[in-house]
Design a protein around this ligand. Structure first.
Ligand SMILES: Nc1ncnc2c1ncn2[C@@H]1O[C@H](COP(=O)(O)OP(=O)(O)O)[C@@H](O)[C@H]1O
Ligand SMILES: [Mg+2]
Length: 252
């Protein structure tokens, strides 16, 4: 296989058991470099668990996770982050008593151990995500949208090649979602690859190059967003409604 044909991230047969529960029961997914892939599925499907395994927060029971063709399954989170995978959390970390700048600096310290250099890097990231004017605000004083933005800032400050975003648009207004999509587009334009869990299909449809659907811990579908909304199994498992009767384009 040529280098270009190898996906940036390649997950095969991923299994994660919590006691008797098989949270993941054979997840396969590929993420091509430079693309945005949407990971969708019903509540409890295993999306966050898949992220935790990829990011090294949970040790997979079985399966393979290759990043740039190197096996990373079971590697500790600190090494995975250093290898170039950044992650946001579905339950946003509050950073209640930290300022926006301090919280972002915690990410930047990974590659810039000198504090002044880490702070300078964090300032650049805050400019990029649009939080520069709130740099001295405490985490607890932020709106939901800004807390999510801070999560993205902290992850970007670790200088990832692959960014895992877990429901960064949940709870946002349509206008805030629009601003978040704009940030994602600029992130992609910087050459950062994105794998994101998102429930709002209208948000995902126009920006996702590829969709992976998981249900009950298994990969159910891989393809384009347009194919996903037409796939009967996907519709039944996730979208919860038959395809719109007024034409296949209705989901756009
Ligand atoms: N740390 C854990 N211990 C036990 N069960 C867990 C743990 N994390 C997740 N689960 C279970 O694994 C399943 C998948 O959860 P999750 O990955 O959070 O789903 P999703 O993000 O798709 O909603 C659920 O049944 C959940 O209760
Ligand atoms: Mg989840």
């Amino acid at each position: 296989m040529t280098a270009a044909a190898v996906p940036l991230l390649e997950v095969r047969g991923l299994v994660k058991r919590f006691g008797a529960l098989r949270a993941l029961d054979g997840v396969d997914l590929d993420v091509a470099a430079g693309t945005l892939t949407g990971l969708i599925g019903p509540n409890g499907a295993g999306k966050t668990t898949a992220f935790a395994c990829i990011a090294g927060a949970e040790r997979p029971t079985a399966g393979s996770i290759r990043f740039r063709a190197a096996e990373i399954a079971g590697m500790p989170a600190s090494r995975v982050t250093r290898a170039g995978i950044g992650r946001t959390y579905q339950i946003v970390q509050t950073f209640a008593d930290m300022t926006v700048l301090e919280a972002t600096t915690t990410g930047a310290l990974l590659h810039h151990p000198r504090l002044n250099e880490a702070v300078a890097r964090a300032e650049e990231v805050l400019e990029f995500v649009g939080l520069a004017d709130k740099r001295q605000r405490l985490g607890r004083a932020l709106t939901i949208a800004d807390k999510k933005r801070l999560e993205v800032a902290r992850a970007l400050a670790t200088e990832p090649d692959l960014l895992l975003l877990d429901e960064v648009m949940a709870g946002l207004t349509p206008a805030e979602c629009g601003a978040a999509v704009e940030l994602l587009r600029r992130t992609l334009a910087r050459g950062i690859t994105i794998l994101m869990v998102e429930h709002v299909m209208e948000v995902l449809m126009p920006i996702a190059d590829h969709i992976v659907v998981i249900a009950a811990g298994k990969t159910l579908f891989r393809g384009s967003a347009a194919e996903a909304v037409r796939d009967a199994a996907v519709v039944e498992a996730y979208l919860g409604a038959p395809p719109a009767g007024d034409g296949a384009e209705a989901g756009r």
